[in-house]
Design a protein around this ligand. Structure first.
Ligand code: HEC
Ligand code: HEC
Length: 334
């Protein structure tokens, strides 16, 4: 177990205990969220204030610059027409607004592109968590036939070796290595850049002590989010990204994708997905692992039904959406 992973294993029970304490006795979902006055900021901080995986290594600035360039490099694709930014556009909150994304040859996969912004703050990467870190994740798309579509690592290395600026930058970042240009080092550089992709919202200001950072309507929405039980799964500073849960936990959800079960081969994990972070969620439609849900209101309604077995009223849905919009932060420089 790496240091990060072992810290992760320790961090979760603490957050879960805080969630249990907060939701005890207030989970019937009948309050449509008039309780803003009763909102106790210290309790909110206990459950949503923790950066669950705070022990992230600070990236080397030279590596960040190399990673930024690689993130936008279209030459690293089969038809020279696509980069990470094609599906994770940083001017569109790290995604592309499509249900599923066309790769270099136009072919689409089965899953929605999640945002790359704040992604490094989660317990693992991909909807099924099959990559541990953003560094590991970044080595995947380049050889994926329906994404960048390069044939081999040698093809990637060949393209980068043909550019003197890349040769110099890899040599500087991976000094002392006999072959600085490798797929793994590509991943390290792109990952370093991704670790700078972080947003800060008015909700963070609220958690940090500014009671007035949220409007009364947003606080009411937060109260509803807590009362109906969304926070059982969407917790921590990232309001998600800390655990895997079954989609359709209370009422089955129709999908062919077995999620984490398909990756691990463990039937007990069938239909489990990483609970997505809700930071900037108002800007990242469409929703769900398959991009099948067009609006945030519909996503919230389906969550009530399938995850909590609660028929949320239109007023409750609107209230929660008002809160979720306060999770939008300013875009990081790209
Ligand atoms: C053709 C579109 C496409 C391209 C190009 C692409 N991605 Fe993705 N990315 C996706 C899809 C789709 C997923 C989700 C796949 C899954 O979960 O199985 C994903 C997942 C991710 C995740 C995980 C986020 C999370 O919350 O789990 C990160 C980080 C990411 N991509 C970064 C990158 C980087 C870096 C590159 C360039 C090296 C890249 N992607 C290239 C479509 C793309
Ligand atoms: C039992 C755990 C659980 C509960 C409770 C829960 N969620 Fe979720 N949520 C998930 C999972 C898992 C997904 C991923 C769904 C998928 O893979 O298609 C998700 C997805 C979402 C999404 C879509 C995000 C995206 O980027 O596609 C939103 C929005 C959301 N939840 C909001 C809520 C709200 C609001 C509530 C309370 C009404 C709630 N959730 C309750 C587990 C939960």
């Amino acid at each position: 177990m790496s240091k990060i992973q072992s810290m992760r294993a320790l961090a979760l029970p603490v957050v879960l205990a805080a969630a249990g304490a907060l939701s005890a006795g207030c989970g019937d979902g009948s309050d449509s969220g008039g309780g803003a006055a009763a909102l106790d900021r210290s309790k909110v901080v206990a459950i949503l204030g923790t950066e669950t995986f705070a022990d992230q290594p600070a990236p080397d600035p030279r590596m960040v610059e190399l990673g930024r360039k690689l993130y936008h490099e279209q030459r690293l694709s089969k038809q020279g027409n696509l980069s990470c930014a094609s599906c994770h556009d940083l001017s569109k909150y790290g995604q592309d607004g499509e249900p599923t994304s066309p790769g270099s040859t136009g072919e689409r996969g089965d899953r929605n592109s999640p945002t790359s912004i704040n992604a490094f703050r989660q317990l693992a990467q991909f909807w099924d968590g099959r990559a541990a870190t953003v560094e590991d994740q970044a080595t995947g798309p380049v050889m994926n036939p329906i994404e960048h579509g390069l044939a081999t690592e040698a093809e990637l290395v060949g393209i980068l070796e043909g550019d003197d600026a890349y040769v110099a930058a890899f040599k500087e970042c991976f000094a002392g290595e006999s072959t600085p240009i490798t797929l793994a080092n590509f991943g390290k550089a792109v990952g370093a850049f991704e670790r700078t992709l972080k947003t800060h919202s008015r909700f963070d200001d609220y958690l940090d002590g500014d009671d007035d950072a949220l409007t009364a309507a947003e606080k009411a929405g937060l109260q509803t989010f807590l009362d109906v039980g969304c926070v059982q799964c969407h917790m921590g500073r990232t309001v998600g990204g800390t655990m895997y849960r079954k989609l359709g936990e209370r009422v089955p959800f129709e999908t062919a994708d077995k999620g984490r079960g398909a990756h691990t081969g463990n039937a007990a994990e069938d239909y489990m997905f990483k609970v997505p972070m809700l930071l900037n969620v108002a800007e990242t439609a469409p929703y769900f692992h398959d991009g099948s849900v067009a609006t945030l209101e519909e996503a919230v309604r389906l969550m009530g039904k399938h995850q909590l077995d609660v028929e949320l009223s239109d007023a409750q849905i609107a209230s929660i959406v008002t809160f979720l919009k306060a999770l939008t932060g300013e875009l990081p420089p790209n």
